[in-house]
Design a protein around this ligand. Structure first.
Ligand SMILES: [Cu+2]
Length: 155
């Protein structure tokens, strides 16, 4: 009865959990291709949380930029403006999308040209202290709604 079940369960968890358990499933990660000389870009992705607890993203790092900030868009008197947010929550059993016009990861102070198709390494940091690495290919991202996003980054 129990002992055997426990053994099986333990064995399974040992096999399925690598040394660093990754709390999120990252889908469709991509970094926006920008013209040469650009100082900023942005990363977009869908973060899915299969776990039982909310996962709270508090920071990110990438070798291609001096800083990676968590940003959101906010309507300020009818003008969409970007602003930095302290955290992005991925609810237990749910998902959060980082997409043009909404939440995104701002890459500030690019240290290398972003070549289309090339993978960009990004490390996510959570409030738990855990980290998770992912690769996001550089893609040309076209936003239908031409307007305030894109250029108007107020730093
Ligand atoms: Cu931004």
């Amino acid at each position: 009865m129990l002992p055997r079940a426990l053994l099986v369960a333990t064995g399974l968890s040992l096999v399925s959990l690598p040394a660093t358990a990754e709390p999120l499933v990252v889908e469709e990660a991509q970094v926006r291709a920008v013209p040469p000389g650009s100082q900023t870009s942005a990363a977009f992705m869908t973060l899915r949380n299969p776990g039982q607890r909310d996962v709270v993203l508090v920071a990110a790092e990438t070798p291609v930029a001096k800083a990676a900030e968590l940003h959101d868009h906010q309507d300020a008197d009818g003008v969409m403006q970007m602003r930095q947010v302290a955290q992005i929550v991925v609810p237990a059993g749910g998902s959060t999308s980082l997409a043009p016009g909404g939440l995104h990861m701002m890459l500030i102070g690019l240290t290398a040209p972003l070549a289309e198709g090339e993978p960009v390494e990004i490390e996510l940091r959570f409030d738990s202290g855990d980290t998770q690495r992912l690769e996001a290919p550089v893609r040309r991202i076209v936003v239908d709604d031409e307007g305030s996003h894109g250029q108007g980054h107020g730093h």
